[in-house]
Structures are given as C-alpha cells and as structure tokens.
Write a protein that binds this ligand. Structure first.
Ligand SMILES: [Zn+2]
Length: 300
C-alpha cells in the first residue's frame, strides 16, 4: 500500500509504556490534512442502515476479537535493541495512523453521500495490557473494538504475530485488520452492535455464535468496501488485495482451530470460516457497495 506521505489521523492515542522503550506518544497525527474523500455516489447507506437495523442483529462480545477467543496465544515478547524498536515503532505508528485516516476519509464520504455524519472512532495503541470501557484486555486477545468508548484497541506486536505465527504478511494484511475493526465501529454507529448485544442475551451460546459470525463477516465486507475505495485512489499495490485475502483466510475459525487443536468445532465458530471471511471481504472489494454486505438477510 502506498501510504507514505499521506495524512495521519489525529485520533490515535499512544498508551504504550510510559516512558519505556517506545518513548512518548504525541508524534502521530501530522498537522496537514489532505482532504481526500473516497466516497462514491449512491452507495445507499440509508438503505443499508434500514436493512441492517431491520435485520436480525445481535450482540457482540464486548471484547470483540479479531480472530476468535483466546486462540491467538500469548505473543512472546520480542526482544530487540532499543534503537530498532523505536524506529520500528515510529514507522508502525505512522502506518496505522495513516490507515486510520484513510478509513476516516472513506467512511466520512460514504456517510456524507447519504446525508449522515460519520463520527470517527479513536484508536488506542497499547502494549501488554490495556484498560477499555469494555474491561481490561491483554495483548493475547488480539485487536478489538469497544463500542462503549468507540475505540479500536491495537497492540501492534500483533502484526508480528500475524506474520510469523499466522502466515499473513504484508502491510495490507495489517490494513485489513484495522479496517475490520473500523467496520465494527460502523456497525456500532448504524445500530447493529447495540441491537446484537441486546438480543444475544436471550440466545443460546450456539445461536449467539451463529449471529456473531454474521456480524464478523459484515465487518470483513466493510473492510473490503474500504479497500475498494483505497484502490480507486490508486493506493493499492500489486498483491495488496491478496495479502488481505490471505489474512482473512489465516484467521478463519476453522483454520485457527485446526492449527491450535487439530480439529474443528463448527458450533463454536464466532468469526466465520476462512472461506467465508475471504468471500465477504471480496464482496466488499468488488463494487464497494454497502448493500453487498448484508450478511443478515443472505446465506453466509
Ligand atoms: Zn471482528
């Protein structure tokens, strides 16, 4: 992805170690704002909002994990020299801030085209452990979105894990992870997550899992919609979409379970299989239409 030199979001909070290896925050969020809107006409967010709210939407695990409960393992602490860490951290901070800014531009545009206002989420970078309005989370949980404080939480060492442990490398694999979490924010704004959270209380665990899969696949599709507009801006490089598709594949429930326990338990799936995640991301990418992301009224 051609991200260097583009606007960085000012919605990033760096809560990584107070004066530790990573040093202070405050570097992100460059002052220059390049107004790039990724909106296309007639996307029909009104339509999708109606469609989604009307659909059966159910709760989500408040600590919504990108890739399935607990199966991410405990990311072993990388030990590198201070210099390397700081440099890598800066680069990573710039990258995630730029990707977040790109999602802001795209979703601002999509909402605007429908006469709606997109309230931008914030992103918290943390190391090891973090306190969110959805509870305390550790790095082992993977990235998540907390609807209660409308923040995406990310320990960027997850990206090393994504690469080394899950075989999903490339900057666009990482961008997909961020765009997926932002997709949950869009679901929150459009009423899907609140509805889901409310309704899941009266569901069996199996039913809740099945509904969770639909919520997750929609977030994948929304990530695809974002990728579509990013591509239209000419920012995608050869192989980027494949990197995202591979990431979606590597963190499918079935693939994760096979890797961790050698067999799969479909009833316990809450994010969707590799094939499903690939396919819904791809749907979003194809035309960038939100209406293609109705995982509630279509077979998944
Ligand atoms: Zn998710």
């Amino acid at each position: 992805m051609q991200w260097r030199g583009r606007r960085q979001s000012s919605n990033v909070e760096d809560r990584r170690g107070g004066g530790g290896m990573f040093g202070g925050g405050g570097r992100m969020g460059g002052p220059m704002r390049i107004p790039v809107r990724g909106a296309g006409g007639g996307l029909g967010i009104t339509g999708i909002i109606i469609l989604l709210i009307a659909a059966w939407i159910f709760g989500i695990n408040p600590l919504e994990l990108l890739s399935g409960g607990g199966s991410l393992g405990g990311g072993g602490g990388q030990t590198q020299s201070r210099t390397v860490d700081t440099k890598a951290s800066d680069e990573m901070t710039q990258f995630v801030s730029t990707v977040l800014a790109e999602t802001e531009d795209t979703w601002n545009g999509i909402f605007q085209a429908e006469g709606q206002t997109y309230k931008e989420p914030r992103m918290v970078l943390f190391s090891r452990q973090v306190q969110s309005a959805c509870g305390t989370a550790s790095s082992a949980s993977g990235p998540f979105y907390c609807p209660n404080d409308q923040r995406v939480y990310l320990d960027t060492t997850f990206f090393q894990q994504l690469d080394q442990q899950f075989g999903a490398s490339g900057d666009f694999a990482q961008a997909y992870v961020i765009a997926h979490e932002v997709g949950h924010h869009v679901q929150n704004l459009t009423g899907i997550l609140p509805r889901f959270n409310q309704m899941r209380q009266s569901m069996s665990p199996e039913e809740a899992n099945r509904m969770s899969v639909r919520v997750e696949l929609q977030a994948d599709c929304f990530a695809g919609v974002w990728a579509h507009y990013t591509d239209q801006k000419g920012l995608l490089e050869k192989g980027d979409v494949e990197e995202a598709l591979n990431a979606a594949t590597q963190i499918g429930d079935d693939t994760l379970q096979k890797r961790s326990q050698g067999y799969v338990v479909p009833d316990s799936f809450n994010h969707g299989t590799s094939a499903q995640r690939r396919s819904w991301f791809q749907r979003g990418v194809q035309n960038g239409r939100l209406s293609d992301c109705d995982t509630f009224n279509n077979p998944v």
